[in-house]
Design a protein around this ligand. Structure first.
Ligand SMILES: Nc1ncnc2c1ncn2[C@@H]1O[C@H](COP(=O)(O)OP(=O)(O)OP(=O)(O)O)[C@@H](O)[C@H]1O
Length: 718
């Protein structure tokens, strides 16, 4: 696992026509990797009290893009390599962060036709309130001239200044086309977070707005969005179609539900799965065999809401702190929620994203402890992006900004955000597994996806045909009615049936049969082949036949696949059980290991304590640190030990003497030696002298009783 820092870039957009008309000056000075304030501007900004005196910061980035750099330059420098590494199993996330109108969407999706009605743009600039905006919108809806125009989604991405998402998708699909040793399988999802609610942008508009999705923590501690559709895509056209559909939904929500796109976050996600067959190392005499490498990765493209809302909440918090109020910049969740609840324009998710980045950065710089809590759970955005912030993903952040003087504070705040994010490191590894069943599963997955699509198409065709069939039916009915009228007009009571039949058949071959079967013979079965239709009718019947044959075939195939996948499911279940068994075993071993480790730590601790006591006894080390009480205790223990040693020695002496007395008794010590020891050869005298030397009679008794009279006296004691 490699530690990879988050890459942070800054991109300045050109002055807008409005800024240009207002004669705005450029206050920022860009170099390759640094941004600082233009020296002429420092004193002016300080005088205007927009900059603290003596504050002249320089911000560092992985690269600075100026207003002259187009999207292709940005893509190649920032994203290309990271995006293509997804094909090798690396997760990647690319963010755009910046104030409203600074160029996030321009960077991510490319140069857009003006898709928002002018009101939204006006609102961005003039900061009109939501209620006023809704009122104006409603009045516009009633005005025939001001209806918002619907977006032509198909042409959205056919542009020369393509955004990062489009360029990345093109690169991914063209790289996989040229790759012949792997099979690729793609799915995509597109979600929007608006007011902390998560929506699936790839649903139909009514479903998309009715269904709010929940962000759930999975068993692997990763968060996922429950119910978010993952759509299978096989080509660049298909994926761009999905992207366009999502954009259309956003547009729908902005127009009909008053969602402000600049206040929502979007995450476009491409899941890449591939299977690569590689030759196994050949064992002698073995047939050439292959193993499967299953590679998985997730590519996230995140277009964040305008960051000015965060600045305003930070400002509220800072002002409150300055006044000694109840809130501080980094405060408790409930405090912050109170601040957030105060202004409905403030974006909770973005606020918590900044907080998470600040905390991660402080942790990396050692300002807060390594095990400090990072508040990922406070918002849906941070939950969804957890693996991209400090986790297993290569992450790039593109901060977008404007160099215009009027936006100085907003740009300063964006630059600060970028600098904090730069110190975060992610732990990156490729998601590659060697699998035996993968190929089979992947083939099934692919087949099921294809079939689903075909069935969907067949159903759509069915709908089409039912419309055409009803047309044909109508045609037939009309003709039959026409015939009926003619027959009845010509009908004479005396005419034979066969004459009527003949007449009808001669009038309209084929159609006449319908009349006969329906009206005369009361048989209600249509045998298409027997009738004549217009050319269009024949085409319809032919298509209908084909469609129903395909449908039957597909349904049969689907049935087969369901059977196979339930077999696989069973196999999977038994594997899972095995896995559970091993997990339990491993867990048991781990617990044992843990308790052994605890024991070892205890023993080590004891050894250290023993060494300390030995040092204290031997060289008096650490005595100075002891309290008076402890010192007295130590003294008592030393004296006690000295007493014990003395007693032991005395006992050993007595034992030796007693043995000698005993030896004398059994005749092993001669009188001369005995006399040297006790000053007399008399045995009683010896015993008395011992008693005199040791008043502790009990010790003596014990010593005498423990001496084995049978054993010969060791020479060393004599
Ligand atoms: N690098 C650029 N070059 C030329 N024009 C740009 C650039 N960046 C942004 N613009 C223009 O500035 C305007 C605002 O850009 P854009 O909509 O991308 O901002 P945004 O940050 O996504 O805003 P919001 O947060 O409201 O969605 C657009 O008209 C866009 O074409």
């Amino acid at each position: 696992m490699a530690k990879v820092p988050i890459q942070v870039y800054i991109r300045f957009r050109p002055l807008s026509p409005r800024e240009f008309d207002l004669g705005e000056s450029i206050v920022w000075n860009l170099n390759k990797n640094t941004v600082s304030i233009e020296s002429d501007e420092i004193s002016i900004l300080t005088q205007e009290r927009r900059l603290s005196p003596n504050y002249n910061p320089t911000f560092h980035f992985d690269h600075c893009f100026s207003w002259e750099d187009n999207n292709s330059v940005v893509y190649n420098k920032v994203a290309r390599e990271v995006v293509l590494s997804a094909l090798d199993g690396y997760n990647a996330t690319i963010f755009a962060y910046g104030q409203t109108g600074s160029g996030k969407t321009f960077t991510m999706l490319g140069e857009q036709e003006e898709i928002q009605e002018s009101l939204v743009l006006t609102q961005r600039i003039a900061n009109i309130s939501d209620d006023d905006c809704l009122r104006i919108k409603n009045s516009q809806k009633n005005s025939p001239t001001k209806q918002p125009t619907k977006l032509d989604t198909t042409k959205r991405f056919e542009q020369k200044n393509k955004g990062i998402i489009v360029a990345a998708l093109e690169d991914i699909f063209s790289a996989t086309q040229d790759c012949c040793d792997s099979r690729f399988f793609f799915t995509c999802s597109y979600m929007e977070i608006y007011n902390e609610h998560v929506y699936d942008l790839l649903k139909n508009p009514e479903e998309f707005t009715n269904e709010i999705l929940n962000v759930i923590e999975g068993p692997d501690k990763e968060f996922f969005v429950r119910g978010l559709g993952e759509q299978v895509v096989n080509s660049i056209d298909e994926v761009l179609e999905k992207l366009a559909k999502g954009e259309e939904n956003r547009h729908y929500a902005a127009t009909n539900l008053n969602h402000h796109s600049s206040r929502s976050h979007t995450i476009f996600r491409l899941n890449v799965r591939s299977l690569k067959m590689i030759p196994k190392q050949k064992v002698q005499d073995e047939d050439e065999s292959f193993e499967n490498l299953a590679i998985e990765s997730v590519l996230n493209f995140v277009d964040l809401a305008g960051s000015e809302r965060v600045n305003s909440v930070q400002a509220v918090a800072e002002t409150e702190r300055g006044r000694g109020g109840q809130f501080s910049v980094i405060s408790t969740k409930s405090d912050i929620d109170k601040v957030l609840a105060e202004g409905k324009n403030i974006n909770t998710s973005l606020f918590y994203l900044c907080q998470v980045i600040n905390k991660l950065s402080e942790k990396k710089l050692g300002i807060i402890k390594n095990d400090s809590h990072i508040p990922f759970r406070n918002s849906n955005l941070t939950k969804i992006l957890r693996s991209s912030l400090g986790g297993n993903a290569r992450t790039c952040i593109i901060c977008t900004a404007t160099a215009a003087r009027s936006q100085f504070e907003q740009t300063l705040s964006t630059l600060r955000f970028g600098n904090s994010a730069r110190s975060i490191t992610n732990k990156v590894r490729a998601n590659i597994r060697t699998e035996t069943n993968t190929q089979l599963l992947l083939t099934y997955e692919q087949d099921i996806a294809n079939l689903k699509r075909e069935v969907e198409l067949a159903y759509q065709k069915d709908k089409l045909f039912s419309h055409e069939i009803s047309n044909v039916k109508q045609q037939l009915e009309q003709k039959v009615n026409h015939l009926c009228k003619k027959v009845y007009a010509k009908y004479q009571p005396n005419i034979e049936w066969y004459t009527i039949e003949k007449t009808i058949k001669s009038w309209a071959p084929g159609i006449g049969e319908v009349f006969l079967s329906k009206h005369l013979y009361k048989e209600n079965i249509l045998h298409w082949d027997n009738y004549e239709f217009s050319e269009e009718g024949y085409e319809c019947v032919k298509n209908l036949k084909e469609a129903s044959a395909t449908k039957k075939q597909l349904l049969r195939k689907l049935g087969d696949l369901k059977n196979s996948s339930s077999c696989l499911g069973l196999a999977n279940l038994s594997l899972q059980k095995e896995l559970e068994k091993y997990k339990t075993l491993v867990e048991g071993e781990l617990t044992e290991k843990k308790s052994l480790q605890t024991e070892l730590t205890e023993i080590k601790k004891e050894i250290v304590e023993l060494h300390d006591s030995i040092d204290m006894y031997e060289i008096g080390k650490g005595l100075e640190e002891l309290s008076d009480e402890k010192l007295a205790e130590f003294e008592r223990s030393i004296l006690l030990r000295i007493d014990n040693v003395k007693q032991e020695r005395a006992l050993r002496g007595y034992t030796a003497l007693i043995k000698k007395i005993q030896a004398k008794v059994i005749g092993q010590v001669d009188d001369e030696t005995f006399r040297q020891l006790f000053g007399s050869t008399d045995l009683d005298w010896g015993i008395k002298s011992i008693e005199a030397a040791n008043p502790s009679r009990s010790n003596l008794d014990t010593s005498i009783s423990t001496v084995n009279t049978e054993s010969p006296l060791p020479l060393s004691l004599s």
